[in-house]
Design a protein around this ligand. Structure first.
Ligand code: ZN
Length: 202
């Protein structure tokens, strides 16, 4: 996988940054996380294959709402380990995931088999200085981005779930599989900070 397409990888080994004011960037592993579309994730327990597209909008809302509480934690800026993102850094990432996947989904709904622009999540974290952002502002922006993403999925026409788009590495998604993929990302990052999606109303 090219270094630049890393919306779907997790962090493990340290990669020290030369500048003293910048926290070390977690190094990526080379795993392609598209398997989570079909198989349950052993870490967070998400089972995307079982989720009907009609549920995506409400599940996006349930998997993003808990960040409001996470962002009020007194230790929100603390990294649990030197190369593990703090809850604040994860929340900035999730806000940007909502924005990027909303853009990708809309693109698939309006263009024929579009290619997605690269998104280097670690470069973005450094450029946007995630660790310095204001938790209250991030909470507001994350809520806005998540609401927009949920609305986009709520408005997908019944005959449009099979529309396609592709990443620069050649992975092909449909509106359905991109939804499952991004839902895993949302659920997994809650798991990363010890939170969980809101229980679903019956
Ligand atoms: Zn997971």
């Amino acid at each position: 996988m090219p270094y630049a397409e890393r919306a779907d990888i997790r962090h493990h080994d340290p990669m020290p940054d030369p500048t003293s004011q910048t926290p070390p960037t977690p190094a990526p592993d080379a795993k392609d996380w598209t398997w989570v579309i079909e198989q349950p994730c052993p870490d967070c327990g998400f089972a995307g294959a079982l989720i009907a597209p009609g549920e995506f909008a409400i599940r996006i809302a349930a998997a993003t709402a808990p960040w409001q509480e996470v962002l009020r934690r007194s230790d929100v800026r603390d990294r649990p380990a030197p190369t593990t993102w703090s809850p604040l850094e994860y929340s900035c990432h999730v806000r940007d995931v909502c924005r990027i996947f909303d853009e990708r989904t809309r693109l698939m709904l309006t263009e024929i088999d579009p290619g997605f622009a690269n998104w280097d999540q670690d470069a973005t974290a450094l450029e946007e200085r995630y660790w310095e952002q204001d938790p209250g502002q991030v909470a507001a922006d994350l809520a806005t981005a998540a609401t927009q993403l949920s609305r986009t999925y709520a408005a997908v026409p019944a005959d449009a779930w099979g529309r396609t788009g592709r990443r620069s590495n050649g992975s092909v998604f449909t509106v359905t599989t991109l939804g499952r993929y991004l839902l895993h990302d949302l659920v997994h990052h809650l798991w990363d900070v010890g939170a969980a999606p809101l229980a679903r109303e019956k």
